[in-house]
Write a protein that binds this ligand. Structure first.
Ligand SMILES: Cc1cc2nc3c(=O)[nH]c(=O)nc-3n(C[C@H](O)[C@H](O)[C@H](O)COP(=O)(O)OP(=O)(O)OC[C@H]3O[C@@H](n4cnc5c(N)ncnc54)[C@H](O)[C@@H]3O)c2cc1C
Length: 346
């Protein structure tokens, strides 16, 4: 079998890169091990414009969000939604009020509420909060539908990609009888552990998330304070998450389950019943400077990387997939701020 590119991994990165290459008329083969270690399967896919304790706008957010909305909207998986950021202290409230006056932030903030209960009477939000214009992405649907399209065209190999079986040649690569012009690693945090791109400045971070059934009233917006809670309709919620840099084992823990449940209940004034239906853990492919890693291996020109999407993969991935596809097809230069060579340690 012959393809233009082998893509290793069908998470968010591999999926959107495959879509972009196929749209440009290229033949791809995606090798995926059945989402065995997929951050994209755990993520809520939230797109929150202002984040962190300092309530700052993600650099480049307007352009990234516009591209993400167009790409994910065309694939039918974008869900525009408001995000209610409940302030944790008076300083954050002051900051929220000042952000409304900033031209770059204003389009993403609907309003800062007058005080407790003003956004929704059931919430325990003593300092009020900011209602933002954001979105979430239906990642399970994106991955499943794309997988079906790949399967239907004979473009999916459902097994583990073993680097020992990969041969790099002058004009391409060969892997288990499959010939291609190059191989692109979209294997999430696994690139940090082994393989040709392991010596970049990775900082993978584990996170956990719950799906639960709860009598808590479904708010008409996503809740955000320290973590998040996403109303899914009916009495279903998703809630998360935490950051863990030590144990990258993808195993859910009882300790985090208790913490996530306590935080979820803390969003509401009255007692709320909760029943956990799913508890997942995943590892975010984070980088030292918080920006993705794109490009070609400095010593092995047939090997490429599209990875490092970090905690905001849905915001970054659509535009980065376009850039990566142009790099692969037309050797267009990768913008220096996302070029993997900035973090290459020989
Ligand atoms: C708890 C949690 C919450 C998150 N919340 C959000 C959020 O709200 N919003 C947001 O935008 N982002 C969020 N993220 C981050 C988001 O998940 C990532 O940025 C993004 O999904 C990374 O996608 P990826 O394709 O690079 O990696 P992955 O999703 O990890 O995909 C890698 C794929 O490669 C496969 N693979 C790996 N090695 C091999 C191999 N050797 N052979 C074959 N297949 C292989 C894996 O099984 C997987 O299918 C969250 C992450 C976590 C863990």
């Amino acid at each position: 079998m012959r393809a233009d590119f082998i893509i290793v991994g069908q998470g968010l990165a591999g999926t959107l890169l495959a879509e972009a290459l196929i749209a440009a008329g290229r033949r791809v083969i995606v090798v995926d091990d059945g989402w065995r270690s997929s951050s994209s399967r755990v993520a809520a896919g939230l797109m929150t414009p202002l984040t962190g304790r300092r309530f700052t706008l993600t650099p480049g957010y307007p352009e990234l969000f516009a591209r993400a909305s167009a790409t994910l909207g065309a694939l039918g998986v974008l869900r525009p939604a408001r995000v209610y950021r409940m302030f944790v202290d008076a300083e954050q409230r002051e900051r929220g009020l000042s952000r409304v006056a900033e031209a770059s932030c204003a389009p993403f903030i609907e309003r800062v509420t007058a005080g407790p209960g003003a956004a929704h009477e059931t919430l325990d939000d003593p300092l009020g909060g900011a209602l933002m214009r954001g979105a979430w992405t239906d990642l399970p649907r994106l991955l499943s539908e794309a997988r079906e399209r790949l399967r239907a065209t004979g473009s999916l190999v459902e097994e583990s990609f073993d680097c020992d079986a990969l041969a790099c040649q002058v004009d391409g690569v060969v892997w288990k009888g499959l010939q291609a012009g190059g191989a692109v690693f979209c294997d999430g945090y696994k690139s940090a552990l082994a393989g040709p791109f392991r010596n970049l400045g990775w900082q993978p971070a584990k996170g956990e998330a719950l799906t639960l059934v709860s009598g808590a009233p479904q708010t008409p917006f996503i809740l955000n304070r320290e973590g998040w809670a996403l109303p899914m309709g009916g009495d279903v919620w998703r809630t998360g998450t935490n950051w863990e840099w030590g144990a990258l084992d993808e195993s859910p823990t009882a300790e985090q389950k208790d913490k996530l449940l306590a935080r979820f209940r803390g969003y509401f004034k009255g007692p709320v019943a909760t029943e956990v239906t799913t508890h997942q853990a995943g590892v975010r492919p984070c980088t030292g400077d918080g920006r993705p890693y794109l490009g070609t291996h400095p010593a092995l020109p047939r090997l490429h990387l599209f990875n490092g999407l970090g905690p905001r993969g849905t915001v970054w991935a659509p535009q980065m997939a376009e850039i990566m596809a142009r790099h692969l097809i037309a050797q267009e230069a990768i913008p220096p701020e996302v070029d993997l060579r900035r973090a290459w340690r020989a």
